[in-house]
Ligand binder design. Structure first.
Ligand SMILES: Nc1ncnc2c1ncn2[C@@H]1O[C@H](COP(=O)(O)OP(=O)(O)O)[C@@H](O)[C@H]1O
Ligand SMILES: [Mg+2]
Length: 634
């Protein structure tokens, strides 16, 4: 960034006289440092091929100056390096580094995408400029005709003289014929393309090392390229965003061939049925992805505190709701409430005194496996509530008691229609255990007492009384004591399985601050189950967590990590970046970038693609989402 601005400064004149016409014929007026070039370098005219029309640089250059004038110079003044020393095949940006510029003289007729991608994605600081200009169709046609005649005559002469044909000339003749045909049959004018590449290094050695690698890549791509010898300065200006070909070099290209070279066109991630994730930080194009079109619908978000994870979730939730999906959010911090209210969602306060009830005995009448799943769910809840269960407690006492209590309430394992009947509650199980004289049953009843019939009974032993029709439900867990959170999570989980997922509709289960759940074995197990089983229900689990290490901490965490089709990495701390880079196979440059990402900037990993994203938060929504007290609505 700094580099082009500093060059901009020099092009525009760092001394504040930029927009006075620069004295012609004085290439180095000696402003700051090495001095600014004339805005219309004389080299431009001198270097142009006699055969190609002269670029109309002067009006373009003036327009570029005008467009860039506003406000730019002050910033550029601050960023400009002290001086720039131009050498035959590189430039020393004093105090900043070194840069070398190439131009591509010729490309093979069929340029492989993989080969171009290797150059565009080169792991180093690189600028690629594709400067195009339409050419006069009639002039090009005339030029090609003359060339065809000359080549044809040459071939004839060789044949008459009994010499072997010149295969290069024959190839060129065929190519010329093809170009002529393309021009005649197309409505689009032929284009002239300057393809220039600039490579930056912090030291001479780094630049030389990177140069070798880049030149290998260009050879692999079958490009004919040159270092812009003695033309480095013009080359450097050509890769700045002026849209001007200061090198004067150009190569004819058809519009369709050019289209194949654009990174944006090919890498566009835009699914019409998807959710916007933000804009691509290199191309500025929207990144729009349909999570339900991936192998599975799970997404992981990893980033340091304050890096923008929750903001991203709020942005995604809002879009998901607007697009007709359903969202359930586990909100440990109470920070999703303003967003929920603004979207007209249902906010369920899950504190123990809350009037909202969810019964862990509910079955999902639409699930053919509901009896079995319901038993597992209830047992899982009981394990969290009662602590570890022995084999006898679990299989000899609890399972038969559970079945007895369910049957007593009219729910029969063999009759799915009966699963719609009102389920029993925890106090029914408690009473059944109390009436069982075995020592284990009495012990279990003792351990269950506070929740079944004691102070916590209102929270855990009541029929379900919420039936949120809203597609957005936020479960507020802020006021739940940490010891009780996992129990609440289990209830919510049962509630979601039994009541919500019976209706097939794309659904996102969003778990912010997931590391706090992952620390808890019961809750981690639940999340892993969701990650595994949700797909069949057209639902996905979206988890945000702070440390990459959280995702390797337990077997459950690994399940969650490995099932996620998408990952979004926000800024990492230096302590966590190593683990993250290894987990998600980031290269060295990406890993370094992880440390300096700004809020809202991320790298989206989708299969083999690593997409640099910035999530732009609409200003009207921002006050409802921010946790910064100065910016909040209310
Ligand atoms: N994309 C963004 N654009 C602008 N500001 C942002 C963005 N993401 C985050 N912020 C700011 O940073 C603050 C912290 O972000 P948050 O998402 O709560 O971080 P995290 O959840 O990663 O700890 C937000 O309250 C907001 O003020
Ligand atoms: Mg957060």
């Amino acid at each position: 960034m700094g580099n082009w601005l500093s060059v901009l400064d020099r092009v525009l004149g760092g001394d504040g006289t930029a927009f006075q016409p620069a004295p012609r014929g004085n290439g180095h007026p000696g402003t700051r440092g090495h001095g600014a070039p004339d805005p219309m370098p004389p080299a431009l005219d001198a270097a142009t091929d006699p055969g190609t029309p002269t670029p109309t640089a002067s009006p373009d250059a003036q327009a570029a100056e005008r467009a860039l004038h506003v406000g730019a110079r002050e910033l550029a003044d601050h960023l400009a390096p002290a001086a720039m020393q131009v050498e035959p095949d590189r430039i020393h940006l004093i105090g900043e580094g070194w840069v070398r510029v190439w131009f591509i003289e010729d490309l093979p007729p069929a340029l492989g995408r993989g080969a171009i991608d290797a150059i565009y994605d080169f792991p180093g600081e690189i600028r690629v400029a594709l400067v195009t200009r339409p050419m006069d169709k009639a002039a090009v046609r005339e030029h090609l005709r003359q060339r065809r005649t000359a080549l044809f005559a040459e071939n004839m002469t060789r044949t008459q003289q009994g010499r072997l044909p010149d295969f290069t000339a024959q190839d060129e003749l065929a190519e010329t014929e093809r170009s002529l045909h393309d021009i005649e049959s197309s409505h689009l004018p032929p284009l002239q393309l300057l393809w220039a590449v600039a490579l930056y290094g912090r030291t001479q050695d780094e630049l030389d090392d990177l140069t070798r690698r880049l030149e290998d890549y260009m050879l692999d791509a079958d490009l004919r390229f040159f270092r812009a010898s003695f033309r480095q300065e013009e080359g450097l200006y050509s890769v700045q965003p002026f849209g001007i070909n200061f090198l004067g070099h150009g190569r004819n290209i058809t519009v369709s061939a050019l289209a194949g070279m654009f990174p944006f066109a090919r890498r566009l991630q835009a699914d019409i049925a998807g959710i916007p994730y933000g804009i691509d930080r290199t191309t500025g194009a929207w990144v729009i992805i349909n999570p339900f079109a991936q192998n599975n619908y799970n997404l992981l978000i990893v980033g340091a505190q304050g890096s923008g994870k929750s903001m991203f979730l709020k942005y995604q939730t809002t879009w998901a709701i607007l697009l007709g999906m359903r969202c359930y959010i586990l909100d440990l911090e109470g920070e999703f409430e303003p967003m929920c209210r603004a979207l007209n969602g249902t906010y369920l306060d899950m504190s123990l005194t809350s009037p909202h009830r969810m019964n862990i005995f509910d079955l999902n009448p639409d699930d053919p496996d509901a009896w079995h799943n319901g038993l597992q769910d209830t047992l899982a809840w009981l394990e969290i509530a009662l602590g570890a269960l022995t084999h006898k407690e679990r299989n000899v006492v609890l399972v038969p008691t559970y079945e007895r209590v369910m049957r007593a309430a009219g729910l029969d394992p063999d009759n799915p229609a009966s699963w719609r009947n009102l389920a029993p509650v925890l106090s029914d199980l408690y009473e059944a255990l109390r009436s069982d004289e075995r020592r284990e049953a009495q012990d279990l009843a003792d351990r269950l007492m506070t929740m079944a019939v004691g102070v916590y009974a209102p929270a855990f032993s009541q029929p379900t009384n919420v039936n949120p029709r809203s597609p957005l439900v936020v479960f507020g867990l802020k006021n739940v004591h940490p010891d009780m959170q996992a129990l609440r999570m289990r209830q919510i989980n049962t509630f979601i399985w039994a009541n919500v997922l019976s209706k097939m509709q794309p659904t996102l289960m969003i778990v912010d601050e997931a590391w706090r759940w992952l620390e808890h074995p019961g809750a981690a197990h639940d999340l892993a189950e969701m990650a595994r089983r949700f797909r069949k229900r057209n639902a996905g689990v979206w988890l945000a967590t702070q440390h990459g290490g959280d995702l390797s901490a337990s077997q459950q965490a690994v399940v969650i990590r490995d099932t996620a089709a998408m990952t979004v990495l926000f800024r990492q701390t230096s302590a966590s970046v190593g683990a993250v880079a290894q987990l998600f196979s980031l290269n060295e440059v990406e890993a370094r970038e992880m440390l300096t990402l700004d809020r809202g900037e991320s790298v989206l990993i989708l299969g083999p693609n690593h997409i640099p994203v910035y999530t732009v938060i609409p200003p009207e929504w921002y006050p409802f989402w921010t946790t910064d007290p100065r910016d909040r609505a209310l």
